[in-house]
Design a protein around this ligand. Structure first.
Ligand SMILES: C[S@@+](CC[C@H](N)C(=O)[O-])C[C@H]1O[C@@H](n2cnc3c(N)ncnc32)[C@H](O)[C@@H]1O
Length: 243
């Protein structure tokens, strides 16, 4: 297939429609899927925000999950894997009633909507029941390899969209803390590869390769993601006593 310069996509919906044009959006190794399954646990009612083509959601217990994604092709792929997926833009709110989910999880999604987190976090809080769990897994900006290969305008950017910088874990911790949630934060290494490799032209990939490979080797033992598991206070009283 011919390459398609990332700059030609008008929005992330178009980009991810392209990235999901094969059978699978990302190929994860079994160990990584198991790690994610252990983190998200086995909720009865779970919302997968930015569900992609549902590969992760389908691996988790407690299915069928509900998923939303801006890319129609991703949502279709997720439905084929048993996720009840709808097309929606999370920066415009969440189309669900209050307190209906036991768990809300965002895996590799929040860095795509930087800086629209201010609107999304209260929305997640609204749809999550009291005592429910909010899980975030994102590329970790404290890992230099991850930070430099995702930074906007970086000469060694491998991230397909120019504005999807890795996130500093403290930025997420501050936000869940402000909601009164308790949380744990830990590094996690996830091995997943985009299956559509033709986003950047071959010459660009060849030019970047020596630098990208050298950095990848240098930081090979540094986890590439962080995982934040936050718990919504079980009662309104505990919410005010946390603040
Ligand atoms: C890196 S992929 C992660 C997919 C899946 N969570 C996974 O880990 O395999 C990011 C996903 O977020 C979706 N996305 C990006 N911006 C979005 C938005 N504003 N609203 C909803 N989904 C969005 C993309 O379409 C894509 O499926």
């Amino acid at each position: 297939m011919n390459s398609q310069l990332p700059e030609t996509f008008q929005n992330q919906g178009q980009l991810f429609d392209f990235l999901a044009s094969g059978d699978t959006l990302y190929e994860y190794d079994r160990e990584s899927l198991d790690k994610l399954a252990a983190i998200v646990a086995s909720p009865d009612a779970a919302l997968d925000i930015g569900c992609g083509d549902g590969v992760i959601g389908a691996h988790l217990a407690g299915t069928p999950h509900i998923g939303i994604d801006i890319s129609p092709r991703c949502a279709m792929g997720a439905r084929k894997r048993g996720i009840l997926a709808a097309v929606a833009d999370i920066s415009e709110g969440l189309p669900f009633d209050d307190g209906v989910f036991d768990t809300v999880y965002c895996i590799d999604v929040l860095h795509h909507i930087t800086p629209h987190w201010d609107a999304l976090f209260p929305e997640i809080d609204r749809v999550l029941r009291r005592g429910g769990t909010f899980v975030i897994v994102e590329p970790d900006a404290t890992n230099p390899f991850v930070r430099l290969t995702q930074a906007p305008d970086s000469p060694i950017r491998v991230a397909p969209w120019n504005d999807e910088p890795a996130i500093h874990p403290n930025d997420m911790a501050t936000r869940v803390k402000a909601l009164g949630y308790s949380y744990t934060l830990q590094p996690i290494d996830i091995s997943g590869a985009q299956t559509q490799r033709n986003v950047f032209p071959l010459w660009q990939r060849l030019l970047k390769a020596p630098f990208v490979l050298a950095l990848a080797y240098r930081y090979r033992n540094t986890p590439n993601k962080f995982c934040l598991i936050a718990t919504k206070p079980p009662s309104a009283e505990s919410l005010s006593s946390n603040s």
